[in-house]
Design a protein around this ligand. Structure first.
Ligand SMILES: Cc1ncc(COP(=O)(O)O)c(C=O)c1O
Length: 389
């Protein structure tokens, strides 16, 4: 593998973002999120040798590109079926995106990769869609032969195995999106099995943001569990301390958007995020997701208007969503959302010359199987599809 080594990653003065705290602010390292607790020994991405918590998955991608020394004239291979948040970091570093084709079973199309790689290509992003690990062996070999870096996009997965090893350990870097797994307001992860990340220095966000992130996370948790001493009650009390006019900036990722905000690249996530992920029972959450996925696959598989690309889970994968193909995808998604069912669709991303991606962008809905969903929630999802398809 010949990709360049990580340069120093202090904020570059030319890109100095608007509201990054001064250099005297605490660094992530000094805040120490040691990732011990329940994350140890889980064989998850949080267990990979080198890792840094970031403000979001897209910030982790941006830092990986920076670590690779990418800049203008460089090109990055991105799968044609992708989340719109993936390309923002490429533009931020000044490089260009080349979309490569994916096969109907969501693997990288190796023949197309061979056509799309150029002398200026420096990195390839491989997405482990939906939390179902994709094949990595041949893609790794392709990257090695081409002398480019492989970045595993594990935004949808913290755990599972591909044909070349555990997800997140095959690439030069891997990124994850913590808000998709944990009940946190912000957070991403940059990990590498082979490259130390000591050069990555992130600054702590300001105190106001720390408080906001804590109560928004508690509020999220509380909306799943109401009781006398519920976190939701605490969050409501905390919210009343913040006058509505006091607006505290947060990363787009935390607010559910897909924009890229440069000012958050070199910021650490809220301390509350570090603390939460340390103490979340990962194995139980992973199991609950597997059960939720199977339950949805069985119930939605019986709906004749739907096609399921995956009905079975690979042995040790912790899924994020169940992918479902449906005609009039956009319309169905809107109707489901109107019923309070949060389905995702990547219908705004360009798909290049990939017919498969164009079809998926139109007709693929991603249905959550989050560990926080109740029996009633699953029933509502199934009933929602029955009513809208
Ligand atoms: C495949 C994929 N990669 C990267 C990201 C970015 O993660 P984040 O929202 O934490 O920035 C997302 C989600 O937005 C995603 O779905």
């Amino acid at each position: 593998m010949t990709a360049p080594n990580a340069p120093h990653l202090r904020p570059a003065s030319t890109r100095s973002p608007r509201r990054i705290p001064s250099q005297s602010a605490l660094r992530l390292r000094h805040l120490t999120y040691p990732l011990r607790g329940r994350t140890r020994g889980t064989d998850s991405l949080l267990d990979v040798r080198h890792r840094v918590l970031t403000s979001s998955g897209r910030a982790a991608l941006a830092i990986a590109f920076k670590a690779l020394g990418l800049g203008p004239n460089d090109r990055v291979l991105v799968p044609a079926y992708h989340c719109p948040a993936v390309t923002g970091p490429v533009a931020w570093i000044g490089a260009s995106v080349d979309l490569y084709r994916v096969t109907p079973d969501f693997e990288a199309d190796l023949a197309d990769l061979a056509k799309k790689v150029t002398r200026d290509t420096k990195a390839l992003v491989l997405i482990h869609y939906f939390g179902l690990p994709r094949r990595t062996r041949q893609v790794r070999e392709f990257c090695d032969a081409a002398g480019i870096a492989l970045i595993e996009d594990c935004a949808h997965t913290l755990h599972g195995s591909s044909d070349a090893g555990r997800v997140g350990t095959v690439g030069d870097f891997a990124i994850a999106s913590l808000t998709k797994f944990f009940t946190v307001f912000d957070g991403g992860l940059l990990a590498s099995a082979s490259r130390p990340l000591d050069a990555v220095h992130l600054v702590a966000p300001p105190l106001g943001y720390q408080l906001k992130a804590a109560y928004r996370a508690i509020d999220r948790e509380g909306s799943q569990r109401e009781g006398i001493m519920s976190p939701a009650r605490f969050a409501r009390a905390a919210r009343s301390l913040f006058p509505p006019r006091l607006s505290i900036e947060s990363p787009a990722a935390a607010d559910g958007g897909s924009d890229f905000d440069a000012e958050w690249v070199l910021r650490a996530p809220a301390a509350f995020t570090g603390w939460t992920i340390q103490w979340t029972d990962l194995l139980t959450a992973g199991d609950a997701r597997r059960i939720g996925f199977q339950r949805l696959a069985e119930a939605l598989g019986a709906n004749r208007k739907l096609t399921l690309p995956f009905r079975e889970l690979p042995g040790d994968a912790w899924p994020y969503v169940l992918p479902v193909l449906v005609e009039r995808g956009h319309e169905v998604a809107q109707q489901l959302r109107a019923r309070g069912i949060p389905v995702f669709q990547w219908d705004r991303s360009p798909t290049g010359d990939c017919e498969v991606a164009a079809r998926y962008a139109k007709s693929l809905l991603q249905v959550p199987c989050h560990q926080g969903l109740s029996h009633a929630d699953f029933d509502a999802i199934v009933a929602g599809f029955a009513a809208t398809t």
